[in-house]
Design a protein around this ligand. Structure first.
Ligand code: SF4
Ligand code: SF4
Length: 203
């Protein structure tokens, strides 16, 4: 007895043998590609400039007198979807001051074997201490070398800056720094003795 619900169109799939046009079609793709614009980059002899807002290697920024903007709050580490950031905050002391406020980033590491350069960490940073540069040459053959320490990430000194640790600008408080009222290090500012170092890199 036949079943009316049976789909009469189903059945064995017809097999098709090899077509003699198959190889010609493949070569056709190759032939067409010969006339397309070449995209080959002459790297590393020629380094193509990136877009201005390209997300590359990170940078830890300073205030105009050289004190560090990072307050060791770890918000960047919590925001990171790849768990690539490690931060340890510590208290400033008057005899060894790294940032204007109460806390600073004593240990700061970014693991570029994990980082996907998404930029969520710089969005999370409340002090603009963390930004990203256009630098993209981050490949290495050692996992340990891909973990950048605070010393590697901290921006260099510009004119008017004194390296940390050093005293806060005379008469200024933390707010004056964030309102941009500190133009440069006060005359006579000297670097204090440094007893805190970034921890050894653990691969
Ligand atoms: S760019 Fe993205 S992946 Fe890289 S450290 Fe920042 S949040 Fe993490
Ligand atoms: S870089 Fe910014 S978010 Fe990260 S610990 Fe420092 S202040 Fe906080």
């Amino acid at each position: 007895m036949s079943d009316d619900r049976t789909d009469k169109t189903t059945g064995p799939t017809p097999t098709t043998g090899p077509s003699i046009l198959g190889p010609a079609a493949g070569f056709g793709v190759t032939f067409k590609a010969m006339f397309k614009k070449r995209l080959t980059e002459q790297y590393p002899e020629y380094r193509k400039p990136t877009a201005p807002r390209f997300h590359g290697r990170h940078q830890l920024n300073r205030h105009p007198d050289g004190l560090e903007k990072c307050v060791g709050c770890e918000l960047c580490a919590w925001a990171c979807p790849a768990d690539a950031i490690y931060v340890e905050g510590a208290d400033n002391r008057d005899e060894e001051r790294y940032s204007p406020g109460e806390r600073y980033g004593a240990v700061y590491q970014i693991n570029y074997a994990r980082c996907i350069l998404c930029g969520l960490c710089i969005e999370a940073c409340p002090t603009r201490a963390l930004t990203m540069t256009n630098e993209y040459e981050l490949a290495d053959d050692s996992r340990a070398d891909l973990i950048f320490t605070k010393e590697q990430l901290l921006v260099g000194l510009s004119e008017g800056m004194v390296d940390t640790p050093h005293a806060i600008y005379p008469g200024a408080d933390e707010g004056a720094y964030y309102r941009g009222e500190i133009p440069a290090a006060a005359p006579g500012t000297v670097q204090q003795e440094r007893t805190v170092r970034d921890k050894e890199v653990q691969p």
